[in-house]
Design a protein around this ligand. Structure first.
Ligand SMILES: [Zn+2]
Length: 475
């Protein structure tokens, strides 16, 4: 087909380079030809695939499996069938110009096969033995053997889910290098303890496993090693009644009730449950178990000032990083091996550390003063971002503070953007321009969050002053 209408043959003048994104598609088209040839050959009875499914039902017959560049053809250990297969491959080669590399092909006998060598000679290929590797999986070995699954489990472990989570958190799944600014242990803490509440995979698994155990549901936790680990955990929590034998089979602790097919578990728990193991209904909860596993943390963190505020998530994330003192200011860059002068890029007088840059540096403190003035508020400035957030949140009562609570996030964000503007664009804004940028952004957030009825920036700024609000009015 050329432009929608059939036409004659045409010679190819150019090939595809290796790695071209079109080549897998072309390969699929071409392999469809081989698939059809093999299917027809089987249909007319020249080769015979193996029957899948139970013998009593006329099950599916499989003559070949194709996956990317691996191809498996099934047929009987029969001289004639192999001759037919050789002819199919020869036809395929003639039609498509794709040669089958017999040097890379193997004939693998399944079960007892006499005269394997003679059969292999028909196809000019080597004789292989089971188990063989297909798609990275051992084919033909016992699927119950742990030796078979161990390498696969290791492979999966190397593709650690946590590694992916970490990479995603600090800059998507792209290839570019990104710093992981805050330690993963901190990230995995509950939000109220200054983390992001990301659950540790291993602990979550244990907690969930604990839940299944306590529900008395038969668990299948994985393969080989996994089951033994599960059994160990299982034995820690329960007492097996038949002979008190920890190695008793699961079937032996199940007993059938007199009537019906329902089975019940026949064990008792070694100890009473702790409070944390129960949910509010007195049942075992995986969440509380998880919290107990990761350990109660008594770290205090101004999390409400960051996450209970109607600011964009990206900004909240930045302020969270800044509150931990982990944004990429000179001090943190030097800790990562950069040699820098270390001076604050805004004032060039002090060391550039997060608290200085965002609170005390001349541009930042000018901006803080201007903003406090417009709210009509005097404020004794704290030393650290954490302390500032603690003091700031809801300091004018729950109902009056919604816009007020946005201020630290908005201001820190404006100063950080200005800092980056200095470094990467070698430009700076005037102090009055920064004030304007600040109120513009605050107005946007307040409107998006439905926190202000004002339609113009000027009205909005005028409405912010606490001392100007009549005592009966509200923001
Ligand atoms: Zn400075």
């Amino acid at each position: 087909m050329v432009n929608g209408s059939p036409s004659g043959f045409f010679g190819s003048s150019r090939g595809l380079r290796q790695g071209d994104t079109l080549s897998p598609l072309l390969f699929l088209l071409v392999m469809e030809v081989l698939g059809q040839l093999l299917r027809r050959t089987e249909e007319v009875g020249l080769i015979r695939g193996f029957k899948a499914g139970s013998a009593t039902v006329s099950g599916l017959s499989i003559s070949h499996l194709l996956f990317t560049d691996d191809t498996i053809v099934f047929c009987d250990a029969d001289r004639d069938q192999l001759l037919h297969l050789r002819m199919v491959l020869a036809c395929f080669e003639a039609v498509t110009g794709l040669g089958v590399n017999m040097g890379k092909s193997e004939l693998v006998p399944v079960g007892e096969v006499s005269s394997v060598d003679q059969l292999a000679e028909i196809l000019y290929c080597r004789v292989g033995v089971l188990p063989m590797s297909y798609l990275g999986m051992p084919l033909g070995s016992s699927f119950k053997a742990s030796s078979m699954w161990n390498p696969i489990l290791e492979k999966i472990e190397r593709l650690s889910i946590e590694k992916l989570q970490r990479k995603f958190l600090w800059g998507g799944l792209g290839d570019g290098f990104k710093y992981h600014l805050v330690g993963w242990n901190t990230v995995c803490r509950p939000i109220a303890n200054g983390g992001l509440g990301i659950r540790r995979v291993v602990m979550t698994n244990r907690a969930l496993l604990g839940k299944w155990l306590c529900r008395g549901v038969l668990m299948v936790v994985g393969f080989g090693k996994g089951i033994m680990l599960g059994r160990d955990l299982f034995s820690q929590h329960i007492e097996l009644i038949p002979g008190q034998d920890k190695s008793a089979s699961l079937a032996s602790v199940l007993s059938r009730l007199d009537e019906g097919v329902q089975r019940v578990w026949n064990f008792s728990f070694i100890r009473d449950f702790n409070d944390w193991e129960m949910d509010e209904h007195g049942r075992f909860g995986s969440k509380s178990f998880y919290q107990a596993l990761i350990g109660q943390s008594n770290i205090h963190f101004p999390w409400k000032a960051i996450w209970r505020v109607k600011a964009p998530r990206r900004v909240a994330f930045f302020v969270w990083t800044a509150a931990w003192g982990k944004i990429l200011t000179c001090d943190n860059l030097m800790r990562r091996g950069y040699s820098l002068a270390g001076w604050c890029c805004m004032c060039r007088k002090e060391w550039e550390i997060g608290d200085h840059l965002l609170l005390h540096c001349v541009q930042a403190s000018d901006l803080w003063s201007a903003v406090l003035r417009s709210f009509g508020v005097c404020w004794v400035f704290p030393n650290s971002i954490k302390d500032l957030l603690y003091g700031w949140f809801n300091s004018f009562g729950k109902h009056e503070s919604e816009i007020w609570n946005l201020v630290p996030l908005c201001l820190l964000w404006i100063v950080w953007r200005e800092h980056n503007h200095h470094i990467f664009d070698d430009m700076e804004h005037s102090p009055s321009k920064l004030v304007e940028l600040f109120f513009g952004l605050l107005f946007d957030w307040a409107r998006v969050g439905g926190l202000t009825p004002m339609n113009s920036l000027a009205d909005f700024v005028a409405s912010l002053c606490f001392t100007c609000i009549p005592s009966t009015g509200s923001l």
